[in-house]
Ligand binder design. Structure first.
Ligand SMILES: Cc1cc2nc3c(=O)[nH]c(=O)nc-3n(C[C@H](O)[C@H](O)[C@H](O)COP(=O)(O)O)c2cc1C
Length: 191
């Protein structure tokens, strides 16, 4: 698997912004069955193995998962404050839930669960997200070895990446696109 060309500027941005914990937070947009956009903050967890696929975790009961079952296309918008650059990564999102048939994907799901802190695992013991709150949330930490049924990975395989650098005069903007054969091209465009 060859690295997509946008991996180099993204790796550079991650490195140069590494002191800012929130530089790993990005906004993921999905579309609901009525065609309305929804956007929320999500933590970038890394790349799925040796691929160009970005990995996130989420609760299988959350609305974004229902949106993705209906429309798997999403877009991540990611701003790096230290270097003042934005990446917009658009592509198909795959949901790796308990029933996903691929053993490699299940292995990744298991490893990701085991690598989380107790506080990172905690929300997966809570009642259905988004439903009315009727009492205290469970405080006991979940089993660190076995992912609960609600725990899933999201894998975003970008097909278009728009990179905007605000720094510099003039600014720079690059559009990366993947064709049907999986070949990436890059075009400098006006900011
Ligand atoms: C800093 C920050 C990080 C977050 N990280 C995640 C995350 O990694 N995964 C996730 O599903 N939700 C995360 N959330 C919560 C989401 O933004 C959102 O509230 C939740 O996933 C429900 O979204 P939905 O109803 O659109 O599915 C985070 C929120 C904040 C403020």
């Amino acid at each position: 698997m060859t690295l997509a060309p946008w991996r180099t500027p993204l790796a550079r941005a991650l490195h140069r912004n590494r002191a800012l914990v929130y530089s790993r937070y990005a906004q993921l947009a999905t579309v609901d069955p009525q065609g309305r956009p929804h956007n929320r903050t999500i933590v970038f967890r890394g790349f799925a193995g040796e691929t160009n696929t970005l990995e996130f975790i989420t609760d299988q009961r959350s609305e974004k998962v229902a949106h993705l079952h209906h429309q798997p296309w999403g877009e991540l918008c990611w701003y790096f404050p230290q270097t003042r650059e934005q990446f917009r990564l658009a592509g198909l999102l795959q949901i790796i839930d308990e029933l996903h048939p691929d053993p490699q994907a299940q292995k990744a799901r298991l490893h990701r669960w085991q690598s989380l802190s107790d506080s990172g695992r905690q929300p997966f013991t809570w009642p259905h997200p988004g439903q009315p709150r009727t009492g205290d949330l469970p405080a006991a930490p979940p089993d660190p070895l076995t992912p609960p049924v609600h725990f899933c990975l999201l894998w975003l395989a970008p097909q278009q990446v728009d990179h905007l650098e605000l720094r510099g005069n003039p600014q720079n903007r690059y559009c990366y696109r993947q064709d049907d054969r999986g070949i990436w091209t890059v075009q400098a465009v006006n900011p």
